[in-house]
Write a protein that binds this ligand. Structure first.
Ligand code: SF4
Length: 421
């Protein structure tokens, strides 16, 4: 019997390619091998692995995850950083991944191997074919050069990816390819959002938040539960840097949601303190003093608002303030809700949310959510219980309000919901 080891780079490229291989080789044993140390950063690599696993699970195909040997990959492409996509660096990158696949194929007693990279319209089929066949000769294997794109393959791939709600990446994988795609030099220190993580947190709309959702999704699907994702867009925002000094002393602080930037360094004096609010003499910056966590709610003004904890300013005579603040608005941030079970008819709905604050606090752990799903597995299957993980909670409970709207509960038009989306 033919045994085919398939190198897999992501869920989207494998969703049709694996089916096509099944069609072409109905009697063969097919197994997947996710080996992609070229994918940067690691959260992206994990995300693509989870989606690959979901595709393989749906087809009953075993798939193993190769080592994330980043150092090896960087060493291999050294000197080719500025090559364009489809250039020499890409050939080395393909070579590395296919050679590893061939080695594993030999080790596991496979006689054929191939790669779903031949699905991608951005890859050169002939180059991949040549690399695959050269490696096959070296290891005494057969390389299957299948043009998965033929006969509407790309359309079929897109359709299946949509149906399975697969994550669709917007770059090939490595930092060099990403920099050249954005037309910036990788040595210039330019800002590339895909490569930046602002803190330990799973910020609303971040890749970390999406990865968290996908991890829960994979867990629930592997338990045989019905799962659906609902994606939505919202006005995103984040703090790039901030500083607050009172009488020249640095003070720990938070920034209120949707605060705008301050130009340069702002010096101001206290005009009055009313309740928990410090009013300044000349600027529209607001300072709030609290004892607890503030429930962040979106608002229609964007005045910069600093939040101070009462205990951090105890005994300080507040007179002069020096403030710096750089924030960024992201007009089309994306987040998602995850629905597990029959959310419309279940008598019990257990609610979680996926994002955290900037420091990774005020959120749920993967274990907490997965343990709950496992504990309620039978009830979820029977439709008695459903679990929902809402996205973008920090931004005024956007995910939860979108679900309310969807399920016809309190509509977004209800002013008491204080929704801004
Ligand atoms: S652009 Fe893609 S194929 Fe080329 S080196 Fe980077 S990850 Fe590899």
């Amino acid at each position: 019997m033919d045994k085919i080891l398939v190198h897999i780079c992501c869920g989207v490229d494998s969703v049709w390619a694996l089916r096509k291989l099944r069609e072409d080789y109905p009697d063969a044993y097919i197994e997947g091998f996710f080996y992609d140390p070229n994918i940067h950063p690691e959260e992206e690599y994990e995300l693509r692995w989870i989606e690959t696993k979901r595709v393989c699970n749906s087809l009953g195909i075993n798939c193993t995850k190769g080592e994330y040997d980043l150092k090896n990959w960087f060493n291999a492409v050294k000197g080719y950083e500025n090559e364009p996509e489809r250039g020499e660096r890409c050939s080395i990158c393909h070579d590395l991944r296919l050679e590893k696949t061939a080695q594993l194929a030999v080790e596991k007693g496979f006689n054929k191997f191939t790669t779903v990279l031949m699905m991608s319209p951005k890859k050169d089929f002939d180059v991949l074919k040549k690399i695959g066949e050269d490696i096959a000769e070296k290891y005494n294997l057969q390389f299957l050069a299948v043009d998965f794109r033929k006969n509407n393959g790309t359309q079929k791939m897109n359709q299946l990816a949509k149906e399975q709600q697969l994550y669709h990446q917007n770059y090939c994988g490595c930092i060099y390819g990403l920099f050249s795609q954005r037309k910036v030099n990788f040595q210039s220190g330019s800002f590339i959002p895909e490569l930046v993580s602002f803190s330990k947190g799973r910020l609303a709309g971040s890749r970390e938040e999406l990865l968290f959702i996908k991890q829960i999704r994979l867990f629930a699907e592997e338990l045989g539960l019905k799962v659906e994702e609902q994606q939505f867009r919202f006005l995103g925002w984040r703090v790039i840097s901030s500083r607050l000094q009172i009488n020249k002393q640095d003070i720990k602080h938070n920034i209120y949601l949707y605060s705008d930037s301050i130009k340069g360094v702002l010096n101001d004096r206290v005009k009055s303190i009313i309740g928990n609010k410090i009013i300044l003499e000349k600027s529209d910056v607001e300072i709030l003093i609290t004892e607890d966590n503030i429930d962040m709610e979106p608002r229609f003004t964007t005045n910069p608002i600093f939040i101070l904890n009462k205990k951090d300013i105890q005994g300080i005579n507040i007179e002069k303030l020096t403030m710096e603040l750089t924030t960024e608005f992201i007009p089309s941030s994306k987040s998602q809700n995850l629905y597990i079970g029959d959310i419309y008819n279940a008598s019990e709905i257990i609610k979680f949310y996926s994002d955290t604050d900037f420091e990774g606090k005020n959120g749920y752990s993967l274990k907490e959510i997965n343990d709950t799903i496992l504990k309620n597995k039978e009830n979820i299957k029977e439709g008695k219980t459903a679990v929902i993980v809402f996205g973008a909670n920090f931004f005024g409970k956007i995910g939860e309000n979108i679900f309310k709207h969807l399920s016809g509960q309190n509509s977004l038009l209800n002013p008491s919901d204080k929704v801004f989306c």
